[in-house]
Design a protein around this ligand. Structure first.
Ligand SMILES: Cc1cc2nc3c(=O)[nH]c(=O)nc-3n(C[C@H](O)[C@H](O)[C@H](O)COP(=O)(O)OP(=O)(O)OC[C@H]3O[C@@H](n4cnc5c(N)ncnc54)[C@H](O)[C@@H]3O)c2cc1C
Length: 388
């Protein structure tokens, strides 16, 4: 075991949030080490896979407002790395006309003047062929939305971080952390020290926080990622301008169903349920629950008659969910040179560039560019098992 040179900052976890944080720190001329337990790239966390949805369609103003800057930061990375990371498709939002989710999104988009189109039920099938709008449902399209190329984005941001002089050490699992003016981080491959530490460890966050006397109410869920075959090739294809979609409050299940047009796997449409069953991230695939499959199948038979209602491909991913499904972006309550980014609750990818900027600001002791009160640790106080 050896001790390496000191850094200004160490970031633990090279998923989307840690990679963007390291990149922002390096942009601010901070000597930064990004540590990752697995050899990169890997598919064991939450940031792998080819695609994610990017959208302004939220029912909270602050997410919609933050997304404005996210689009600019994604575009900046595209230019710096000379790579295409975003494809505009629009997001079709469907849900009971008077349901709280549909209404919340619609009102929020209108309030924030987000370009959108409300589709009247009688003209729905003209614009969106091959989808049946449920009786009583309304529909709108968030025109800003689209697909992010996730794996490619991780490669791009990590590549830019290295170009800025950052250091990545993968295949090094952090096994202990000693807080102090200089934080000491022990890994399977060495001992490192830095003035500041950022923990962005996804589903393993509480393992790391246990070394620094903190636990957060995070639930780790295994998400089954299903791809469904088009009966007629091309009918839900990105090139034919089929949008991403979000079905709120459908009778088949408690959580929403979302999908992306066929794109990464020709002829296959990704449709998933926004929930899963609890798992241990180190034994993810021992969780075999497929109760979501029946929910999606019944929904597709009813509303997407052009898809074969048996999945052609199934992949796996992890959500790390907070009780209110809002993120954690905060300093450790006692050791304020340790910053935590966690609990992205299945909707954090699109925010990656901004999360990186905000965690960097917290780490540099700057006033964050946005009000972070919805993301503070103290909101969990009654639930916290913190031993502090
Ligand atoms: C199926 C699915 C669909 C999704 N769809 C969308 C979407 O459409 N839009 C959207 O915005 N978001 C979406 N998300 C959510 C988004 O992908 C996540 O919020 C985001 O990837 C979380 O990133 P992260 O960096 O926090 O976690 P991770 O990517 O898991 O990164 C954490 C990293 O920390 C490392 N690590 C952990 N412990 C240690 C240790 N001891 N030592 C060293 N390294 C360690 C892990 O190995 C991992 O690489 C989706 C997620 C899933 C699973």
């Amino acid at each position: 075991m050896f001790t390496e040179g000191d850094y200004d900052c160490i970031v633990i976890g090279a998923g989307v949030q840690g990679s963007f944080t390291a990149y922002q720190l390096a942009k601010n001329n901070k000597g930064t080490l990004l540590l990752e337990q697995f050899v990169l790239p890997h598919s064991r966390g939450s940031s792998h896979g080819q695609t994610r949805i990017i959208r302004k369609a939220y029912d909270q103003d602050y997410y919609t407002v933050m997304m404005g800057e996210c689009y600019r930061l994604w575009s900046q990375l595209e230019q710096e790395a000379s790579v295409k990371l975003y494809r505009q498709t629009g997001l079709l939002v469907m849900g009971p006309e008077n349901g709280s989710q549909y209404q919340g999104i619609k009102n929020n988009l209108q309030r924030n003047r987000v370009p959108m189109v409300i589709l009247q039920p009688e003209e729905f099938s003209k614009h969106i062929p091959n989808v049946n709008l449920s009786d009583g449902d309304a529909a709108l399209v968030d025109k800003t939305a689209g697909v992010l190329y996730a794996d490619r984005a991780l490669r791009a941001v990590q590549g830019q971080f290295l170009k800025l002089g950052g250091t990545i050490k993968d295949g090094q699992k952090v096994t202990d952390i000693k807080p102090g003016d200089l934080v000491t981080v022990m890994t399977s491959g060495g001992i490192y020290r830095a003035k500041n530490l950022v923990v962005t460890a996804g589903s393993w966050t509480n393992n790391l926080l246990s070394y620094i006397g903190l636990q957060l109410p995070l639930q780790v869920l295994k998400i089954n990622v299903y791809y469904w075959k088009e009966k007629v090739p091309g009918s839900y294809n990105v090139q034919h301008r089929f949008p991403c979609f979000l079905q709120a409050e459908c009778p088949e299940g408690k959580h929403h169903i979302y999908g992306l047009p066929s794109n990464e796997y020709p002829g296959l449409v990704k449709v998933c349920y926004h929930s899963g069953s609890e798992t241990n991230p180190d034994e993810r695939d021992r969780q075999m629950d497929r109760s979501d499959l029946d929910i999606i199948k019944r929904y597709l038979i009813r509303c997407f008659p052009g898809l074969v209602p048996e999945p052609a491909v199934v992949e796996s991913c992890l959500y790390t969910v907070t009780p209110d499904e809002h993120f954690v972006l905060d300093c450790h309550p006692i050791h304020n040179n340790i910053v935590i980014g966690a609990g992205f609750s299945g909707h954090g990818f699109k925010f990656g560039p901004l999360i990186g900027k905000l965690l960097c600001e917290l780490s540099l002791g700057e006033v964050p560019s946005y009000d972070l009160s919805p993301f503070r640790i103290r909101r969990f106080q009654e639930h916290s098992k913190s031993s502090l």
